[in-house]
Unconditional design. Structure first.
Length: 96
């Protein structure tokens, strides 16, 4: 494993010299928070949200705290292959 992983409740990112090459596919990294879109179920999953004063307070009929809403949304998205992207950086190290 020649990459590092940084994660929090909002997502996860991987960095490595191999990943920063246009010739290297992002599939060298195993998704931690879900599955690759090609491995996701080939069916739609319906999600119902209820908002009060601009805040999501319920998902699929279950009342939840904001943290629980975020965690549940991440699980649903992950199992459906949503949210995986590749972003390349161009930077010079050692300068400010």
């Amino acid at each position: 494993k020649r990459y590092s992983t940084d994660a929090n409740i909002l997502g996860l990112s991987n960095e490595a010299e191999d990943l920063e090459s246009m010739e290297t596919p992002m599939t060298i990294v195993n998704p931690v928070m879900g599955v690759w879109p090609k491995d996701a179920p080939n069916k739609q999953e319906e999600v119902t949200l209820r908002f009060v004063s601009g805040r999501c307070v319920e998902m699929n009929g279950e009342q939840m705290t904001p943290l629980k809403v975020l965690q549940t949304a991440n699980k649903i998205a992950g199992r459906n292959g949503i949210g995986i992207s590749q972003a390349l950086e161009n930077r010079i190290l050692g300068t400010k």
